[in-house]
Design a protein around this ligand. Structure first.
Ligand code: PRP
Length: 180
């Protein structure tokens, strides 16, 4: 069976991902020492990073997931985040850390943040495996925990997809779209 596109070079290796995950988990564990955290993975891309991250944390942790519509890809200027699957947990008074695979324009996070703040968490932070700061359209967006900053190349793997494929790759690779 053919998948769309053609895999290119490895941009982030398994070893770099392992180091990145440990570094981020250590920072979170240090910052939240003595507190309980609720990690919220944004489906679907965050599932791989989430699974790695929770196993490196030393703080008391629960997990939850949320799914939101990806309006940001077509209409860059407007819209509220549409919840496709809401949280199971009540986040009122809790220390919440959103877990993303990638921050690109920043639109998803800025809208999701507004929404979650209305629910009164004790704190709300953002943790992303990868960040493409050159793609940002939202001004003054704070990323609390960043695994790796990456250039603006089309990438797949480690949760990141193209048309639903390649999420299972253990490393991050570029994808060439012109070839097949
Ligand atoms: C990706 C990623 C973020 C968002 C980031 O999700 O997981 O949620 O895009 O982009 P932004 O900063 O420009 O808003 P996607 O919509 O691809 O869904 P997926 O996780 O199911 O692949």
């Amino acid at each position: 069976m053919m998948r769309p596109g053609e895999l290119g070079e490895i941009l982030v290796s398994r070893e770099e991902i392992r180091e990145m995950t440990r570094r981020v988990a250590a920072a979170i564990s240090r910052d939240y020492e003595g507190r309980e955290v609720l990690l919220v993975g944004v489906l679907k891309g965050a599932c791989v990073f989430m699974a790695d991250l929770i196993r490196e944390l030393t703080v008391v942790t629960q997990i939850d997931f949320i799914a939101v519509s990806s309006y940001g890809k077509e209409t860059k200027s407007s819209g509220v985040v549409r919840i496709l699957k809401d949280l199971d947990e009540d986040i009122t008074g809790r220390h919440v850390i959103i877990v993303e695979d990638i921050i690109d324009s920043g639109l998803t996070w800025s809208k999701l943040r507004e929404l979650l703040l209305t629910r009164g968490p004790a704190s709300l932070a953002l943790c992303t495996a990868f960040d493409k700061p050159s793609r940002r359209t939202v001004a003054n967006l704070t990323v609390d925990y960043t695994g790796l900053e990456i250039p603006d190349a089309f990438i797949v793997g480690y949760g990141l997809d193209y048309q639903g494929y390649y999420r299972e790759l253990p490393e991050v690779r570029t994808l060439r779209l012109e070839a097949r």
